[in-house]
Design a protein around this ligand. Structure first.
Ligand SMILES: *Cc1c(COP(=O)(O)O)cnc(C)c1O
Ligand code: SF4
Length: 356
């Protein structure tokens, strides 16, 4: 067989990827990623059926899905092991009875987002950077999400609704970077993103736009050529922060999506959350960090779980987290070890939990 240039393995020829043919703009035709998003599993019974899981999980899954609905893309389900109740990907998305536990200290807004809201959709906690809640929608619902109770309904939806947030950014010339978060900003179409980027690029003191997204991991179809064009087509330096927690997530189409981002020229970092029963062991974390490095993604943060109501069963003691990081340092290149941090309301940045 003739050897094809490496790029062809990474970037499919345009004609072979229908998503790449979609016209930009808000009237863009449904491309592959939108159908994948629409086809996400939203019924706990469907998830349990697809994975041939025991029936005794059903009542709790249905009940806890009332607290925070279940949403899981099929690409992500395809990376789970059928029949395995303890699968680390399943644990991140399966609603459990434990979500009804309300131990003291676990709150609906554990990081005090409410106090940091300086305009509708704008959170400002740290010097030099501000965060836009670009949308309330996500492609997956992570059971441990610290924004699982966030009042998204109060935030802007249409582009015009962003005017006050954009004005606030314009008036503060100490800001050099805007983070798009949510929700997941990459559920917005390319046209919407392009318009938002254009509005940001028009603010002279901004230099960078950072996108915090789990889509390259859970819905890899989203990383299309037109998306790369949007990311690279602004004067602002783009930075992508993806969110994978376990090496089993870095399989199949996810690996290709990360390579497309990295080789397309978008600096890409990963943040993970340390979670009991998901990645609180040395092999899982080492596999995650090394798997990321192997596709050109740098491990950025390992977050201590934010103490959000409904997620207490995921908490890992900080002493255990420090021990795990110490083990990683013994076996991985320095650049492959993430910063282990916690978010403390009122702090001037994420708080390191272990010295460098
Ligand atoms: C975490 C966070 C940031 C980004 O912090 P970095 O340390 O720069 O990654 C910015 N704004 C808000 C509100 C945050 O919560
Ligand atoms: S993708 Fe991010 S914002 Fe959305 S549920 Fe998961 S952790 Fe929360």
């Amino acid at each position: 067989m003739a050897r094809r240039p490496k790029e062809f393995a990474v970037f499919p020829p345009l004609a072979a990827d229908p998503a790449c043919l979609s016209a930009p703009g808000d009237g863009e035709p449904r491309s592959d990623w939108r159908s994948s998003l629409q086809a996400a599993v939203r019924d706990p019974d469907d998830l349990l059926d697809l994975l041939a899981l025991p029936d005794d999980l059903r009542p709790a899954a249905r009940a806890a899905a009332q607290l925070f609905p279940l949403v899981v893309p099929r690409s992500y389900i395809a990376r789970m092991i059928p029949g395995d109740v303890r699968d680390p990907l399943l644990r991140q998305v399966l609603p459990l009875q434990e979500e009804f536990d309300a131990p003291p200290g676990f709150a609906s807004d554990p990081v005090d987002d409410a106090a940091a809201r300086t305009a509708p959709g704008l959170l400002q906690k740290y010097r030099g950077r501000a965060l836009l809640i670009a949308t309330g929608t996500c492609a997956v619902h992570c059971r441990y999400c610290f924004r699982r109770h966030y009042p998204y309904a109060d935030e802007p939806r249409r582009l015009d609704d962003w005017a006050p947030a954009l004005d606030a950014i314009r008036q503060d010339d100490s800001l050099h970077e805007v983070l798009l978060s949510g929700g997941d900003p990459l559920v917005l179409g390319d046209g919407r993103l392009r318009a938002l980027f254009a509005a940001l690029a028009d603010i002279p003191h901004l230099r960078r736009v950072r996108i915090h997204s789990r889509l390259p991991i859970v819905l890899p179809d989203r990383v299309t050529r037109p998306l790369l064009d949007v990311l690279l087509g602004t004067r602002l330096q783009p930075v992508m922060v993806v969110h994978a927690n376990h090496p089993q997530e870095l399989r199949g189409d996810c690996v290709d999506a990360l390579r497309r981002l990295v080789r397309g020229g978008v600096p890409t970092l990963n943040q993970a959350v340390l979670m009991r029963g998901v990645n609180d062991d040395e092999e899982a974390l080492a596999g995650l960090c090394e798997g990321l490095i192997d596709v050109g993604v740098l491990p950025y943060y390992l977050h201590q779980l934010d103490r959000v109501r409904g997620a207490a069963h995921f908490e890992v003691a900080e002493a255990r987290g420090r021990e795990l990081i110490a083990r990683l340092r013994e076996r991985l290149p320095g650049y492959a070890v993430p910063r282990y941090v916690r978010e403390e309301p009122g702090a001037s940045g994420k708080t390191p939990l272990i010295g460098c």
